[in-house]
Design a protein around this ligand. Sequence first.
Ligand SMILES: *Cc1c(COP(=O)(O)O)cnc(C)c1O
Length: 364
Amino acid sequence: MLSNTYIKINLKNLIQNFNFLKSKISKKTKFMAIVKASGYGSDATEIAKCLEKNKVDYLSVAYLREAIRLRKNGINSPILVLHPQLDDFKEIIEYNLEPNIYSFKVLNEFLNCRGQNFNYPIHVKFNTGLNRLGFLYSDVNDLTKIIISKKINVKYIFSHLAASEDKSETEFTNNQIKLFEKINEKIEENLNRKIDKHLLNTSGILNFPEQEYSMVRSGIGIYGYGNDLVFQKHLLPVVSLISTISQIHKIKKGESVGYNRGFIASGDTRIGIVPIGHADGISRILGNRKGKLLVNNIKCDIIGNVCMDMLMIDISNLDCNEGDEVIVFDENNQTAEDFSKYSNTISYEILTSVSNRIKRVYIS
Ligand SMILES: *Cc1c(COP(=O)(O)O)cnc(C)c1O
């Protein structure tokens, strides 16, 4: 056992999640794995390598730098860059990346860099209600005129659902789907050809599988979270965040712990020092008994203020020693989703907040 803070990345679970999600869609539908934000806080390259071995069709990241890093690490799959910036296009083409084209301005920059390379593939994004990136339905006629006159290779049309995990927003989601359909029909009519499409994220795959189109996009699901109790049984958390007790102190009534004396002992108290802090993604919000970590399977309160590089837990009622393992989150005892509840956030934020100074350990 490692006496240190480390992230355990269980690639067996990754493959199991990938296969489970694929079982929800038809065999001919492609699967895009989202590895943005360091693979949801894990390690984009290792996740991408593992999924490439298991024949993933596509990868996707948010920003150019993330995609370049994958290419430099030998990843050859098609990569969609979800949020290209105006001066990215030279490198997007140089590294053979597929851009999301979401506005006329971005389209122009792409065309300037593409030159005579008419075959260069793009994904065109439509805003159907999330009100984030994308063209509008009212842009379709102008857009298709440019696509025809500039001979643009639109490989996919896509959109993004705003509330696919929310059962109470089914009507809203159905309206997004209807609008996407209307956009698709108009484009295909104007261009006089069929175009491939993708729409669903993880919760979309689970809750609206009939909208799979030619490809689906999954992020949180491949890392083992389904935003849903029914599906959670089939998904296994990939990432565990484990630490240790570096030192134990016994303090007396009236003594304080940590910066600004955030904790004052009301009686004899035993505290453990844990080598992980707010610089590692443990929010300062979790101090003062808001967050809990597991030692020997017992929940221990974080006491005092979380420091940059360490935090303190109350181990008064616990038989434990220096060097014992401390679980921040793991596969089943306290998942990232359980841990997210302490600070009123979601598994996505917990996973992506983990700092990259923490050592990664792989299980395959
Ligand atoms: C991040 C992202 C996804 C992945 O969503 P999950 O809920 O993690 O599956 C899919 N599509 C787009 C456009 C995204 O930005």
